[in-house]
Design a protein around this ligand. Structure first.
Ligand code: DC
Length: 213
């Protein structure tokens, strides 16, 4: 297969991470979890005593980020998600993370890109684009299970409130990153198991590959 880029965008806990991994495995492609970049910037800035709402400080942290610094489990916590969504609203932070994401997308063979603006900003030329959604209630249940498995005790109601706040912050403004690309295929996973969602995603990619041949 020649270079093939698949973008998987969608709101928090929509299942896009699981789908991106399944696609990476199915097609032997490396997967970029772009949310992790924003999480790392938020957590590292907080640790350094910086202000998450200061665009210049957050952008400096983003410019200093190196891919080898992404394995810290602290980036997977609820607090990290909250910090990520605060630094992600700053345009200079998004600009600072652009080159790293574009070079990941441009590697020989292709890549699967998981995020909010993969199909619109990072790889608008990608031949296969998915926009994964699920209802806020279903997403809250999934995120709640995930946090519990990580040992974070938090109520379902609090997780649902987080999800609603995150949707508002990620998608509530004119310049928000969260919107489907015009040529993205919508995949609503509310009623699907992980296996069903991964199968549906593969079918969408197969259709895109067939259309391109
Ligand atoms: O997908 P996630 O929960 O790891 O993302 C964490 C936050 O990072 C999310 O609230 C929005 C932001 N984000 C973004 O703005 N653009 C991306 N490409 C990925 C994540």
């Amino acid at each position: 297969m020649t270079s093939f880029v698949i973008t998987v965008d969608g709101p928090a806990a929509s299942g896009k991470g699981t789908i991106a991994s399944a696609l990476g495995e199915a097609y032997g492609l490396p997967v970029l979890d772009s949310g992790l970049l924003y999480r790392a910037v938020g957590v590292l800035l907080e640790r350094a005593g910086g202000d998450l709402d200061d665009p210049a400080a957050a952008a400096a942290q983003a410019r200093a980020l190196t891919p080898d610094a992404l394995s810290d489990p602290a980036f997977r916590t609820r607090r990290a998600g909250e910090a990520a969504s605060r630094v992600a609203v700053h345009a200079p932070v998004r600009a600072a993370l652009l080159a790293l994401q574009r070079s990941f997308a441009a590697q020989a063979g292709g890549a699967v890109l998981d995020g909010r603006d993969m199909g619109t900003v990072i790889a608008p030329e990608a031949p296969a684009k998915l926009y994964v959604t699920a209802s806020p209630e279903v997403r809250a249940q999934r995120r709640h299970r995930q946090l519990e498995a990580q040992g974070e005790g938090v109520s379902l109601a609090d997780v649902l409130a987080d999800i609603r706040l995150r949707d508002e912050r990620d998608g509530g403004r004119a310049a928000s990153p969260m919107r489907p690309a015009d040529d993205a295929v919508l995949l609503d996973t509310s009623e699907m198991t992980i296996e069903q969602a991964a199968d549906a995603a593969r079918r969408i990619v197969e259709a895109a590959r067939a259309g391109r041949a």
